[in-house]
Design a protein around this ligand. Structure first.
Ligand code: NAP
Ligand code: LUD
Length: 294
């Protein structure tokens, strides 16, 4: 039997509509709307695309966005000054500094400078620290990991008590998604580039989250029959038949895996749109908290 396709694009559209209604209610009740500052350093094509998509999604939800496009050779000091200016701006409820930053920038110092209340990416060290500890609620959960859990929940996939395998341990996806699965009482395995027998580990997974950045690395015969597969990877591979000269594939060989899995996310149209929806959710939550503080 073929796997159910988890339609991230459709689920994200539903969530964005929920947010649009929350924003409209906020505007009516308080005369205020959420504001997101986007900070883009340099001219990476992928980062430009993602930031453009985020600003467009904000506009559609009624969220104000403030774009800061900065040169790739900006100094650490000047970038810090931009962040501090945004911290002080009452119209800005959330600050997104798109990663990766150029090599000469100390990204940890930049992320740590974002005010905790505006850390809608959830990358501030204190938010990550809280996420990693039992019963310490972070103010914000990172968008991509949060989107993965939301996809499972909205697809009716049980997490508690099941074997979850996460491929990858990056700060932005692998590690935080592992923490979230653990908090939801999955039995957790985290694999990485030194894992001895990756296929054998993956075969244990009732829930597999793949975030390695290797096109179609996970083969169909690695998948446990009936497993839920969340493919975070977004990899461009050359394709002469595509007008752009490339197409996007995940970390999982989709056509093989869908013959075995119980449910699977496609790439594109899986986790990616959820990342953006969760950013809008976090920004709207940040604005609501700012209103509560008065
Ligand atoms: P990353 O920082 O490069 O981390 C990759 C992780 O995968 C590392 O932990 C690495 O292990 C592990 N890894 C690499 N090669 C491996 C192999 N052959 N076998 C086992 N593990 C291996 O990447 P990332 O930022 O987490 O992103 C991962 C993928 O997700 C990329 O394709 C990225 O484009 C995509 N992504 C998508 C979204 C979205 O919204 N859809 C968001 C973020 C990222 P070590 O730790 O041992 O080096
Ligand atoms: N930095 C992210 N860097 C990269 N794909 C994203 C992403 C949308 N500070 C910070 O936004 O959350 C972040 N915060 N990230 N990413 C990756 C990561 C960051 C990746 C994919 C998508 C955001 C997305 O919508 C579409 C899809 O998978 O359907 C395809 C888009 C296309 O190029 O056609």
């Amino acid at each position: 039997m073929k796997a159910k396709i988890i339609d991230g694009k459709a689920i994200a559209a539903t969530i964005r509509e929920e947010i649009r209604q929350d924003v409209a209610r906020m505007r009516e009740a308080h005369g205020r709307v959420p504001g997101l500052a986007t900070v883009l350093v340099g001219a990476r094509k992928d980062s430009e695309t993602y930031v453009r998509m985020k600003k467009k999604a904000c506009a559609e939800a009624g969220i104000e966005s403030f774009g800061h496009e900065l040169p790739g050779d900006i100094s650490q000091e000047d970038l810090l000054a931009v962040v501090k200016g945004l911290n002080a701006d009452p119209a800005v409820h959330g600050i997104l500094v798109q990663l990766p930053l150029p090599d000469h920038i100390d990204d940890e110092a930049i992320l740590a400078a974002i005010s905790l209340e505006k850390d809608v990416d959830g990358f501030h060290p204190l938010n990550i620290g809280r996420l990693s500890m039992k019963r310490r609620d972070p103010l914000f959960v990172p968008c991509t990991p949060k989107g993965c859990i939301e996809l499972l929940d909205r697809s009716g996939i049980e997490i508690s008590g099941r074997n979850a395998v996460v491929l990858g341990r990056s700060n932005i996806v692998g590690l935080p998604v592992a923490m979230l699965l653990l908090h939801r009482n999955a039995t957790l395995t985290v694999c990485h580039s030194r894992t001895a027998d990756l296929p054998a580990m993956v075969r244990q997974a009732d829930i597999l989250v793949a975030a390695v950045g290797r096109p179609e690395m996970v083969r169909g015969d690695w998948i446990k029959p009936g497993a839920a597969v969340i493919d975070v990877g977004v990899n461009a591979v050359d394709d002469a038949d595509d007008p752009r000269g490339y197409r996007l594939v995940g970390d999982v060989a989709f056509d093989e895996a869908r013959e075995v899995a119980g449910a699977i996310t496609p790439v594109p149209g899986g986790v990616g749109p959820m990342t953006i929806a969760m950013l809008l959710r976090n920004t709207t939550d940040a604005a609501a908290r700012a209103l509560d503080r008065g």
